[in-house]
Write a protein that binds this ligand. Structure first.
Ligand SMILES: [Zn+2]
Length: 327
């Protein structure tokens, strides 16, 4: 798909400079150079600034919040790579900050519209939920934010060696955890998920999960299982959830989706039947939506159907289906 990398989080060509990760001297040098920027994560939220919160914020590496701050999931800043003019970018987690006096009841909710201002950071630098502001960021900021959130989230849930249970230690600039007891090495995980545009003639198959806002339907999706190809995962998930047999499957585009650690693999598939039989444990409903109806939904003119969330690959794939630009 020619437009594949135009999806939100489609990447900006960040130089991840992996050769620096294992070179302690070099890593210390880029860290201590005055130009280095550190992006902050707090309980999965990213530090942003600007009117409309459209820019990823950072602090210099010598800022108190990093050197003496509350701490969090990572023992030291994670090296994300080299940006424009070779400016080094790092990520640090400060989830230990308890945001005293601020309302944090919405943090971690499906839609978290709250913002938190840390007292030691400039006014207007706030922590916001990435899904809420993702479409406002530049491709570079989006790649940095997704990488920072995903890798910090991995550290948070992988503090102990999966082989022997001992506490593990951050290494390789944050791209590995090593076990001092048994020597095992652990690497940040990315979980593949297939999300599929299943069509039959001029209609697309849409499903909804329980608890979604009324009228909201999206493309079917599911985790790829060990030992499975993407094509097999597409056919299995559609059969399990909607009872629809699928023939030819084609890969279209991918999207890093750090909520918490998925890689969405967008595929198209041709349905061999229109009969739907849903599994009520997996989904609440599945329907065929015609191109005309979907166009109405995208224009906000459909009486019932809401379009998929902007920024999500489902929205992107459907939009390209509507404009006939899937190839
Ligand atoms: Zn171990």
């Amino acid at each position: 798909m020619k437009r594949a990398e135009q999806v939100t989080f489609g990447g900006s060509g960040l130089d991840r400079a992996a050769h620096i990760r294992g070179d302690a001297k070099m890593l210390a040098k880029v860290k201590s150079g005055g130009a280095a920027k550190c992006h902050l994560i707090w309980r999965g939220k990213v530090l942003v600034q600007g009117e409309g919160l459209d820019s990823l914020a950072s602090v210099p590496m010598h800022h108190d919040i990093i050197t003496e701050g509350p701490g969090g999931a990572v023992e030291q800043p994670v090296f994300l790579g080299l940006g424009d003019q070779d400016v080094p970018h790092f990520a640090m987690d400060i989830s230990g900050w308890d945001a005293e006096g601020l309302d944090i009841s919405g943090v971690g909710a499906f839609v978290d519209g709250s913002e938190q201002q840390h007292p030691d950071l400039p006014t207007g630098h706030v922590f916001a939920e990435l899904r809420r502001i993702m479409t406002r960021l530049s491709p570079r900021d989006a790649e940095l934010a997704a990488s920072a959130k995903a890798v910090v989230g991995w550290h948070e849930t992988h503090r102990f060696c999966a082989r022997c249970g001992a506490g593990s230690e951050i290494s390789q600039g944050g791209w590995q955890r090593s076990c001092p007891a048994c020597g095992a090495q652990h690497f940040p995980r990315t979980d593949p998920v297939v999300i599929m545009l299943i069509t039959h003639g001029n209609s697309v198959l849409m499903g909804r999960s329980p608890g979604w806002p009324e009228g909201m339907y999206s493309l079917l999706a599911g985790f790829v299982e060990p030992g499975e190809t993407l094509e097999a995962a597409v056919r299995r998930e559609v059969m399990e959830e909607a009872g629809v047999p699928v023939g030819a499957v084609q890969y279209l585009a991918s999207q890093p989706w750090p909520f918490p650690a998925s890689l969405m693999m967008g595929c198209s598939g041709q349905a061999l039947s229109r009969d739907i039989q849903i599994d009520p444990v997996e989904i609440e409903d599945a329907i065929w939506v015609t191109r005309t109806e979907m166009m109405q939904a995208y224009a906000g003119e459909h009486p019932k159907l809401l379009p998929a969330r902007k920024g999500a690959i489902a929205h992107f794939l459907l939009q390209n289906w509507l404009s006939d630009t899937l190839d």
